[in-house]
Ligand binder design. Structure first.
Ligand code: CP
Ligand code: NVA
Length: 296
């Protein structure tokens, strides 16, 4: 079964991905060669550090063969129709992960191919990130007791985090400047499941929370808006002074890459309660859980 969005993933499957991710992290040797002889494609239409490297190494450590496929060499939608790319890759691979601009390309490819397809980030969601994020939070506070605050752009990362939070019993607060709130349909679906607050008031959003999470103000593909967004997001930077308003055991999270001096200060990145590198490490373990779910 493909893994394209948290939206389409039921709570039991999501909880199992988090649980298996934590089990694999605790005992990696138990899972070595679990996927012996399999092949996993990792396709990138845009830049990556964590996803590229962690998914490649996770695949290798499970005994499967990873092959990274770069769009500048393959031309998704320019050299070849997305559905045809999917049909061809389905003849060679056991599973395929793809990072694309347009989520519609993923659904088109998923319809055209028999192999499981994993979203490695699209304009709509970043579901693998959300599994790693919930693993990171679970290490600090029980998920069904957690209040998670996301401050910044209502983007792909925000969508997956919001849906994962409510599906696993956490409360979620989204703090965004007017005009940058998460997609209305995604918010409505999250509200139908659990406790969701959307506000532009940063004080209201962070007071007493267990987690403060942020992401870049301009995502990949939005570089032309960067200057305008810097103006609109002024006042939404996470600093140690703001972090003081959260719960005393709160943690700071960021999916990375971070733009230090914009959405987060240097001091906050280096703060003792900053878990951003644990979170990045969890991308490795969580992708193993995704592959075991697909191919195990
Ligand atoms: N967090 C994340 O997906 O990082 P990359 O864009 O570097 O893969
Ligand atoms: N929202 C960011 C996340 C990068 C991991 C982007 O889409 O560029």
């Amino acid at each position: 079964m493909s893994f394209l969005t948290i939206d389409e993933t039921d709570a039991a499957r999501l909880a199992s991905l988090v649980e298996v991710g934590l089990a694999v992290k605790a005992s990696p040797d138990e899972y070595r060669s679990a996927l012996d002889g399999r092949s996993v494609g990792l396709f990138f239409q845009k830049q990556s550090l964590r996803t590229w490297v962690s998914c490649d190494i996770a695949t290798f450590q499970l005994g499967a063969h990873p092959i990274v496929i770069r769009n500048d060499q393959t031309g998704l939608g320019t050299r070849e129709a997305p559905a045809d790319v999917g049909r061809v890759l389905g003849r060679y691979l056991d599973a395929l992960g793809m990072r694309v601009f347009d989520h519609a390309d993923l659904t088109e490819i998923d319809d055209a191919t028999q192999i499981p397809l994993v979203n490695l980030l699209s304009d709509l969601e970043h579901p693998c990130q959300a599994v790693a994020d919930m693993m990171t939070i679970a290490a600090h506070v029980p998920l069904d007791e957690a209040t998670i605050t996301y401050v910044g752009d209502g983007n792909n990362v925000c969508h997956s985090l919001m849906l994962a939070a409510v599906k696993l019993g956490s409360s979620i607060r989204i703090v965004a400047p007017p005009g940058y709130e998460p997609d209305a349909d995604v918010t409505e679906r999250a509200r139908a499941i659990g406790d969701v607050l959307v506000t532009s008031d940063i004080g209201e959003g962070v007071t007493g929370t267990n987690v403060i999470y942020t992401d870049v103000w301009s995502s990949m593909g939005q570089e032309a808006e960067a200057e305008l967004r810097r103006r609109h997001f002024a006042g939404y930077q996470i600093t140690p002074e703001l972090f003081e308003r959260a719960d005393e055991d709160a943690i700071f999270m960021h999916c990375l890459p971070a733009h230090r001096g914009e959405e987060v200060s240097d001091e906050m990145m280096e703060h003792g309660r900053s878990k951003v590198f644990d979170q990045a490490e969890n991308r490795l373990h969580s992708f193993k859980a995704v592959l075991l779910d697909e191919l195990g």
